[in-house]
Design a protein around this ligand. Structure first.
Ligand SMILES: NC(=O)C1=CN([C@@H]2O[C@H](COP(=O)(O)OP(=O)(O)OC[C@H]3O[C@@H](n4cnc5c(N)ncnc54)[C@H](OP(=O)(O)O)[C@@H]3O)[C@@H](O)[C@H]2O)C=CC1
Ligand SMILES: O=C(CO)COP(=O)(O)O
Length: 337
């Protein structure tokens, strides 16, 4: 049994804390809101993020950072990308020993253009980090708490730590594979959100399965092209953190990115969509980052460009689809990998 603290009590942090508690680990869930920590601790629910779910009785919660840090042999970071720096800074105030960090967030920081593990390395002192492990794959929180079979990858350059995290989470409904390609696993998880937004837009406009299959397939080509230039193993994009997560996010009503895209496709403005969602839509900031990365690495990413124009340049989604379709003709294999 290990002592684990999960930082971030949204849908995913709560679902993962549930898996850990059910696996018998002494699990503490940290929320930045006192009322939410109390709800989880006393009523064993998290109604805003996982309505109707009864959480394990042995799952404890707190909003006190110092006791959350004190508890942890392993820390799981489950806050949205934009909260990673701030949460690491809070943890650094009292952490005085070396532990394994796991992160489960799926984003890339605009402007700095760095991945989550790189952000964490900037904010956490070397002396307190044994390793940073990424846990990522096709895994909607809503299905995990129903114990529906789910598979993810545990990724770290140090395989030993990836295995430690595999062992922490593995059970009969949550299967964890190891993968040593951290760059590919982080990029796959972040960039699929951009394509899922586009798939939602397509569905919102009223296009059908042909269009969605095109977005998934050509989206994967864009992700792979960029990922390979950034040093990822191409095979990762065929795996759970690549194709697997792309499929689940582009096709599931659970996906906030798909749902946000769907509302955009129906004609709502981005600000209206984000207000209506009330949960994190990582793909919006990551579209900005992906657009910048395409420029930086000189990679052709037409779907990313089209979505950027819809989100940030007030272009009509329908017109952007037409532009995508009427680009210069090419071979399917042109600049593919
Ligand atoms: N949901 C899922 O199925 C999956 C999500 N992920 C990834 O996990 C990450 C977290 O997503 P998810 O749990 O779904 O998001 P949610 O929107 O469900 O919850 C976000 C949680 O983070 C809290 N929060 C927001 N900003 C901060 C901050 N600065 N410091 C501390 N806490 C903060 C929110 O609090 P408040 O209520 O006050 O806003 C809320 O509790 C994302 O990167 C997502 O891509 C990965 C796999 C699956
Ligand atoms: O990453 C996820 C599933 O693997 C969750 O996707 P959304 O953030 O779009 O809900």
């Amino acid at each position: 049994m290990s002592k684990v603290t999960v930082f971030g009590a949204g849908s995913w942090g709560t679902a993962l804390a549930t898996v850990l508690a059910e696996n018998g680990h002494d699990t503490l869930l940290w929320s930045h809101r006192e009322d939410q920590a109390q709800e989880i601790q006393q009523q064993h629910t998290n109604e805003k993020y996982l309505p109707g779910t009864v959480l394990p009785q042995n799952l404890c919660a707190t909003s006190d950072v110092a006791s959350a840090v004190e508890h942890a042999e392993v820390i799981v970071m489950a806050v949205p990308t934009k909260g990673i720096r701030e949460t690491c800074q809070k943890i650094m105030k009292t952490l005085n020993r070396q532990i394994i960090f796991v992160h489960v967030s799926k984003g890339i920081e605009p402007d700095s253009l760095i991945r989550i593990s790189e952000i964490m390395k900037e904010e956490l002192a070397e002396e307190v980090v044994k390793d940073i492990v990424v846990l990522s794959g096709p895994s909607h929180a809503e299905e995990v708490v129903k114990k529906h079979p789910t598979t993810v990858a545990s990724s770290c350059e140090n395989l030993e730590s990836a295995v430690v995290v595999q062992d922490l989470f593995m059970n009969h409904y949550f299967r964890v594979y190891t993968n040593e390609d951290v760059v590919g696993v982080e990029l796959g998880g972040a960039l699929k959100n951009v394509i899922a937004l586009a798939a939602g837009v397509s569905d919102g406009i009223g296009f059908g399965d042909n269009a969605k299959a095109a977005l998934i397939t050509r989206g994967l080509a864009e992700i792979s092209r960029l990922g390979i230039k950034m040093g990822a193993n191409p095979m990762t994009f065929m795996g759970l953190a690549g194709m697997g997560d792309l499929i689940v996010t582009c096709t599931s009503v659970h996906s906030r990115n798909w749902r946000a895209g769907n509302l955009l496709g129906k004609g709502l403005k981005l600000e209206e969509v984000l207000e209506q969602m009330g949960m994190v839509v990582e793909g919006v900031r990551t579209t900005k980052a992906a657009h910048q990365l395409a420029d930086k690495y000189e990679v052709s990413m037409p779907i990313v460009q089209a979505l950027y124009a819809v989100l940030f340049e007030d272009q009509s989604a329908k017109e952007m689809v037409e532009k995508l379709m009427l680009r210069m003709k090419k071979s399917e294999m042109d600049g593919q990998y």
